[in-house]
Design a protein around this ligand. Structure first.
Ligand code: PSU
Ligand code: MN
Length: 305
């Protein structure tokens, strides 16, 4: 049985005409940023991708139906509505069969992008191995889907709510390369660097497309992470952000926050503690990633011709 995907007319046209497409997630809209900044972010990101010459495809489940490419009204709804589910692989069956509305995470978005035949995906940060995972077993489903599916995720590294070292080890085990775009060091979301090295540094979008083509044309399945440092003017002071993260983690522990609620809880706490600053940085790094993802999608598309 083939799954029913509701393709936005622009996405359908792009697929038919073999144009470059960039997938976008919706958890970042519903659970990652406050209203109305999230609406502006989601619409601006789509515009940035179009301006580069690619087609954006924001992915979500609306009343039990999988949508690839959303209207303005859909985005507004996902941004405002309080009861939107956070959807990874574990949640599809329930949300679809019960006709609920769900925002897809990096893992959920990757699953749908893969079904639609989209290979490049832009977001802010990926999920990973949480600090203290030795005790909690909290390892994001994002890493499993990256391991399984042919998807290139462009992100600004990962927030240090995660254990970056363990996340890199886990990705290595799963055969997922972490590519630094114009950097040797793994960016840590709000800051351009971390103490960790990326696996490979590539300085041009075409080189990244070449790598993906080389990997996938071998028949190797699995994704790649492209880590794109936040633009300098928006990068945040290490100390400020580290302290905010420590405080947020302590509060999550105290309150016994668990499972899929951990990441949204930490994100909103950090936002609260740092005031507006972290939100502006967060939005700017998503724009930066969208731009790079579009360039990679365009280069990768050359191989289809
Ligand atoms: N990290 C961020 N912002 C986000 C997320 C992660 O800096 O919005 C979201 C993404 O949708 C990611 C998800 O896929 O959180 C991971 O959630 P979890 O840790 O529960 O797997
Ligand atoms: Mn988790």
């Amino acid at each position: 049985m083939k799954p029913i995907l509701h393709l936005h007319p622009d996405v359908k046209k792009a697929l038919d005409e073999k144009k470059p497409i960039v997938a976008l997630e919706s958890t970042i809209i519903s659970h990652g940023m406050p209203y109305p900044d999230n609406v502006k972010m989601a619409l601006d990101v789509e515009k940035i991708i179009k301006d580069q010459g690619a087609v954006p495809a924001t992915i979500a489940i609306l009343k039990g139906e999988i949508h690839v490419g959303l209207s303005k009204e859909d985005i507004e709804f996902l941004a405002k509505e309080p009861g939107v589910y956070k959807v990874g692989k574990r949640d599809f069956g329930y949300v679809i069969s019960q006709k609920k509305t769900g925002a897809t995470t990096v893992s959920g978005t990757s699953v749908i992008a893969n079904l639609a035949g989209i290979e490049v995906f832009a977001t802010g940060g990926i999920g990973g191995v949480h600090r203290g995972a030795q005790e909690t077993f909290d390892i994001s489903r994002d890493l499993e889907e990256l391991a399984a599916l042919n998807i290139c995720v462009v992100c600004a590294g990962a927030k240090s709510i995660l254990d970056l070292g363990l996340t890199l080890e886990y990705l290595e085990t799963k055969g997922v390369e972490v590519i630094g775009y114009q950097t040797d060091l793994l960016p840590a979301f709000y800051s351009r660097t971390s103490p960790f090295k990326v696996n490979y540094r590539l300085d041009h979008p075409k080189e990244i497309a070449d790598l993906l083509h080389a990997k996938w044309s071998l028949g190797l399945t699995g994704g790649a992470v492209v880590a794109n440092p936040i633009p300098e003017p928006y990068s945040m002071d290490h100390q400020v952000i580290d302290q905010a993260i420590e405080k947020a983690l302590a509060e999550a522990n105290l309150k016994g926050v668990k499972g899929q609620h951990v990441t949204p809880f930490l994100l909103s706490k950090i936002k609260e503690i740092t005031g507006g600053e972290s939100l502006e940085s967060n939005i700017e790094l998503v724009y930066n990633n969208a731009r790079l993802a579009a360039m990679i999608a365009i280069e990768l598309n050359q191989y289809k011709k």
